[in-house]
Write a protein that binds this ligand. Sequence first.
Ligand code: ADP
Length: 296
Amino acid sequence: MNIKVQNLDKVYKNGKRALSDINLQIENGMFGLLGPNGAGKSSLMRILVTLMKPTLGVVNVNGFDLLKDRAQIRKMLGYLPQDFRFFTKLKTWEFLNYAAGLSGISSKKERSEKVDEWLDKVGLFDVRERNANKLSGGMKRRLGIAQALIGDPQIIVVDEPTTGLDPEERIRFRNILSELSQKDVIIILSTHIVGDISSICKDLALLNKGRVGFKGSPEELINKTKGHVWQVTTSGFEYEMLKEKYAIISTIPSEEGWEVQLVGDTLNVKNAIEIEPNLEHAYVYFMEYLTDQNSF
Ligand code: ADP
């Protein structure tokens, strides 16, 4: 599978520009789209799942043109939107059965097997007789995941998937996706939570103000941040100065004051120790220091 996005722009009717000249090449496996609220992630996702047309640009999915071959592309898609809601009185299993039908599973027996398999995978088997709209927030989210995946889609698009999930559920969800990513599928996961991306995404793009700020592997992003992360032990006045000039990642009280981790372009502070960046440092560095200058 592959998706090629070329020169994509989206300007809404009210004149708001949400995407500017997006170019991406997405291959099999898990692809992370990371950026703050308002960056344009949902706009890009909605275009990719054929719910919205771009203002300009071309998207090619395995040789199909997104604008011309919508029916073919829809058959390959599984989509979990950010605000997934039920307007239904169906029981949990009935809802999933309905979703399986929509995804093209016409045999009743196969549908029933798939429904049981997915109820089990997302931990909803015990509540299968409960009305779907009576499930808890986390359970509804899991049902949303199951309905997106039950038809074995080749392209899976999940928008802010871990919103409303507790830590245990996050791990379960991550495991389901990471199992799927071994197959011939593309999983596009959009999030503003760095931790959703780190362990499972092979490639990622950073989106800010409608532009791609970085594309590549998490390791490449981290490498670009080397030499820009420090730890300083400081107190009172100096701490205030640091807060003005740098992006503070963490502040831990210590005997001499504060142990501060910070990110910046260059640092002129005594006794600062350079430390190894992680993905969170890298994300902050790119967002704070590189986006506005367009220097990447
Ligand atoms: P994200 O998913 O990263 O939070 P969005 O794609 O939802 O970002 O939004 C990108 C920008 O486009 C924001 O400034 C948002 O306010 C604007 N936007 C989103 N949807 C619409 C719309 N239907 N009409 C006008 N502006 C919109």
